[in-house]
Design a protein. Structure first.
Length: 77
């Protein structure tokens, strides 16, 4: 994703993302859902914060869910 100045924002596309309503049970979320539903319509600043926190290994609360990275795609088997 690019910001209003056409600068690439931090990306989470290479990672599996998961969500949890209570931080105890986590389920996978597709990147399509993240970008087309979760982040769609949010202000650019909120998207940047979401991507930065998740990309750096934290969990981010957005709406009813926490979101975090599960594991890199194509990582060690």
């Amino acid at each position: 994703m690019k910001d209003q100045f056409h600068i690439e924002m931090e990306s989470v596309e290479d990672f599996l993302i998961e969500k949890s309503a209570d931080d105890s049970f986590w389920e996978e979320v597709s990147n399509e859902e993240i970008f087309n539903k979760v982040l769609a319509g949010l202000p650019e600043g909120k998207i940047k914060i979401f991507l930065g926190v998740v990309r750096n290994g934290g969990a981010f609360k957005l709406g009813d869910y926490f979101y975090r990275i599960k594991a890199p795609l194509g990582g060690p088997a």
